[in-house]
Design a protein. Structure first.
Length: 154
């Protein structure tokens, strides 16, 4: 299976997760502060090269009926720009509930946002959440790929 990076693309931050070489496990990697599209593309390209990734899985916040929301349209436009990065295939993936799932995971391990946090700690918590949401998106994709490639049981 090709090595993949998962992306939770936001207006100001992009959460990044990395899949392992076996395609079994996604882990939060980092969060990119998005000051411009060219800067974000360069950082994503650098991370993909470092990880020898071949696939970028971009989360799309689809509506309840699977329709493209305005935010999904903006993310899709950014994803089309990612296709200019050499050697990478871009896959769009429904990210429905990924942030809620990631929030639950972080709270379970005691890394969620507390009540009395400083601004710096809140920003660090948001970055952890973005990277964790990217891991949820990527893990869902990896699980689906594995299920589709498994021999059918007759």
């Amino acid at each position: 299976m090709a090595v993949a990076l998962g992306l939770d693309v936001g207006e100001r931050r992009i959460g990044v997760a990395a899949g392992d070489a076996t395609g079994l496990l996604a882990s939060p990697l980092t969060t990119i502060i998005r000051s411009s599209d060219p800067q974000a593309l360069q950082e994503i390209g650098r991370l993909a090269a470092e990880r020898q990734a071949e696939v970028l899985v971009v989360g799309l916040p689809l509506g309840r009926a699977g329709e493209m929301t305005p935010q999904a349209q903006r993310i899709h436009a950014f994803g089309r720009k990612l296709r200019a990065l050499p050697g990478l295939r871009v896959v769009f993936w429904d990210e429905t509930l990924s942030t809620a799932t990631a929030t639950g995971y972080l709270e379970d391990v005691g890394a969620g946002e507390g009540q009395a946090q400083t601004r710096r700690r809140r920003e660090a918590a948001r970055r952890r959440l973005d990277a964790a949401a990217a891991a949820v998106i990527l893990q869902d994709y990896l699980d689906q790929q594995r299920a589709e490639s498994a021999p059918s049981q007759r």
